[in-house]
Design a protein around this ligand. Sequence first.
Ligand SMILES: [Cu+2]
Length: 236
Amino acid sequence: MKFALGLLATAALANAHFTMQYTWVNGVDQGKNNFIRIAPSNNPVTDVNSKDLTCNVNGLSGASVSTGTISAGTTITLEWHQHDQRTGEDPISAGHKGPVLVYVAKAPSTAVSFDGQGAVWTKVYQSGLLNPSTQQWATDVVNTNGGKHSFTFPTSLPAGEYLIRAEIIALHTASTYPGAQFYVGCAQFKVTGGGSANPPKIALPGAYKSSDPGITINIYNNLQSYTPPGGAVWSG
Ligand SMILES: [Cu+2]
């Protein structure tokens, strides 16, 4: 019995990856996997040029995914877990250090049919190295917050159907490329209200490079500053 438990623990440690499993709308849990394009496993994407970087593996269509409805200005929370559970282990494994980012992209028609390709993504949130003296990362906060991080959907973005793409980049093995681990989750929301802003947009894949100092980096050398890939956050 002890032997069997030991094997299980070892397997969990060796895996130690995670997926986006819940969205919250103004503090209300929307239910497991609702509105989310579900990846087949909790493995990360490691190739910055792969279409899996857009919305994870099998993420180019949302055909079997329902689309939620929010108004612009809503606070959206994304929640991540290693496995199919909310308790019993770190939400994201504590050894995974790095930034947390959120992008949004407006679908030409429906979110369900939107593949997210091309220069369509606007960065609306990021958090990186929070405290150089303690080496506290955004991932540490997500871990202590039950796997959750939040952003506000900008009120100036136009109404329509959107993909919300959350990303956690784990840099613990990023000193050579490929090494950085891109954990990506996409959720489908119809946004009402809003404004008429036309924000800057990037392509994912496209904007990230293997040589990007936010992607190929040794974080274990008393790092004093860190710039996530993908450019600045659009202020709205
Ligand atoms: Cu992992």
